[in-house]
Design a protein around this ligand. Structure first.
Ligand SMILES: Nc1ncnc2c1ncn2[C@@H]1O[C@H](COP(=O)(O)OP(=O)(O)OP(=O)(O)O)[C@@H](O)[C@H]1O
Ligand SMILES: [Mg+2]
Length: 502
């Protein structure tokens, strides 16, 4: 077998941080090669370097045996490297076909030869099991389908070396299976695939080889058949795998959150985005919402937070909240970990201490009377960073300079710091490493014991099953199933219920 990509002793520093100290890895053609490591270990950085988005300070990159020096992603694409980004970069109001060929339109005379392009796309899609309707608008697609478009786009540009940065974080089990099947097809075609994930069981399922990085340096390169998930975790962090479990019943009689026949009708009058949702969430209870992304979970959260109009009634500790603003609702003691951390929970170009204020503009520790108390806010930011192990130089660091998992840890810490009586948590451990996952689960467990009510929305079915006292399955905006004892269900059964197969 030949080596498709070789990274030798890559180093990269940012002001105050060494992102890559000494990363080496060797990826053979016709293999899937996983890259794992703690949050902030330097995985995304080294992949951005390989894709020409960032320049290394030192080290060498060889593609098919030849040294390369990329100035930008176009150079990398030219060298047949493609990257499937975690935050999809598609144009919503264009069709699938248009998105795929955007930027690399085949020319026929002076007009775009759509016919030829379409033929090629349809053939490629069929070949790799990435079937998709080329004429549908991207805005109508779910996450899994959007990812297909991203992959096809990369393949269309002739990529033979494909980088996937946490592709499965947003997918449900069935979609993960589809993706892995496609990866196997690409691998059989002799492509080289680099795959970043924090889900170690997944890594072992799909990858041939695994490179482990720790604090910016490669610490191991192993064959996946030679290691267990536990051993991988130990290589990464030097500790055991945490489990998402809660114990005993901590449910109290008081109802913290009550939804009474809540619906969100669409303007056009077609199907409701949320349809007649009713449930009581008690203090000390965790209710998990299971559903394929796009089945009303996001709208449910928006209704509870007062970000969207609804019919029916929502009560917090017996008080009707229907007329309250978002800020008023937060003041009552509601914390929110939103789904899209970069858009809804952070100002990426601002320092962490300013991000500490976001959503917490009122009261202590941020305000002293009507004045912003900068000193206390900074001290408090530092305390959150310490408690939640947010790895960054300090409160003055810009949010954008944090690795994905560290951003998530910061948001969880900020929301928990006010000890809310209700926490609405969308994908609280998305993108965080095994160690940090364990820490977040532990925080949620402790808060639950103290009587916090938690509404948990997650695509990680093991997390949903393990952490929840009760599960509600949402399909097309309605609650279609209640599971009173989640320990009696498996991720596969739950997955089927989510797609309506049960
Ligand atoms: N543009 C930047 N400016 C400053 N520091 C950065 C920048 N990008 C990354 N870093 C820092 O470099 C280190 C490595 O970050 P990177 O994003 O590569 O980690 P990662 O392994 O992908 O982590 P995660 O699993 O959390 O996504 C982190 O300490 C991060 O804060
Ligand atoms: Mg990353």
């Amino acid at each position: 077998m030949s080596v498709a990509v070789e990274l030798r002793h890559i180093s990269k520093r940012f002001p105050g941080v060494i992102a890559n100290k000494d990363v080496s890895m060797s990826v053979e053609t016709g293999t899937v090669h996983a890259l794992v490591g703690e949050n902030g270990a330097g995985k995304s950085t080294v992949m951005k370097i390989l894709y020409g988005m960032q320049r290394p300070d030192g080290g060498e990159i060889l593609v098919n045996g030849k040294a390369v020096h990329f100035k930008n992603p176009n150079d990398a694409i030219e060298a047949s490297i493609g990257m499937v980004h975690q935050h999809f970069m598609l144009a919503d109001n264009f069709t699938v076909l248009e998105n795929i060929i955007l930027g690399s339109e085949p020319k026929h005379g002076i007009t775009i030869d759509f016919k030829a392009a379409r033929k090629k796309v349809v053939e490629m899609a069929a070949q790799y099991g990435l079937e998709i309707d080329p004429d549908v608008l991207v805005e109508e697609l779910g996450v899994g389908q959007r990812q297909r478009v991203e992959i096809l786009k990369v393949l269309y540009r002739g990529a033979r070396i494909l980088i996937f940065d946490e592709p499965t974080a947003v997918l449900v089990p069935q979609e993960v299976d589809d993706l892995f099947n496609a990866l196997q097809g690409l691998r059989a075609e002799g492509m080289a695939i680099i795959f970043i994930s924090h889900k170690l069981d997944e890594v072992l399922r799909v990858a041939d080889d695994v490179t482990v990085v720790r604090a910016g340096s490669t610490v191991a390169e192993v064959k996946s058949k030679d290691v267990t998930a536990r051993q991988l975790a130990e290589l990464m962090v030097g500790s055991e795998l945490p489990q998402p479990t809660t114990h005993g019943d901590t449910r109290r009689p008081e109802v913290t959150l009550a939804l009474k026949d809540v619906s969100i009708p669409t303007k056009s009058g077609s199907r409701d985005l949320i349809s007649h949702v009713t449930f009581n969430l008690h203090a000390g209870e965790v209710i998990g919402i299971a559903g394929v992304e796009g089945n009303g979970q996001a709208e449910l959260v928006e209704a509870i937070m007062g970000l969207r109009e609804y019919t029916g009634a929502i009560e917090f500790s017996g008080q009707n909240m229907d007329r309250l603003s978002v800020a008023n609702r937060r003041d009552l003691g509601i914390g929110l970990i939103p789904e899209d951390r970069q858009r809804q929970a952070m100002m990426m170009e601002s320092p962490l201490w300013e991000n500490r204020i976001l959503g917490h503009q009122r009261g202590k520790p941020v305000m002293r009377g009507f004045v912003l108390d900068k000193k206390t806010t900074i001290a408090d930011t530092r305390a959150i960073m310490a408690e939640f192990d947010v790895r960054a130089p300090g409160p003055q660091t810009l949010a954008t300079a944090l690795s994905g998992g560290n951003q998530q840890k910061f948001i969880v810490g900020r929301e928990m710091s006010k000890a809310p009586s209700l926490l609405v948590a969308s994908h609280p451990t998305r993108g965080v490493d095994v160690g940090a996952q364990g820490a977040i689960w532990e925080e949620l467990r402790r808060a639950r014991e103290k009587g916090m009510a938690i509404l948990l929305i997650s695509a990680d079915l093991e997390e949903l099953i393990g952490m929840s006292d009760r599960l509600l399955v949402m399909l097309r905006g309605a609650i279609t199933l209640e599971i009173g004892d989640p320990t009696k269900t498996s991720p596969e059964q739950l997955g089927s219920a989510m797609t309506g197969a049960l």
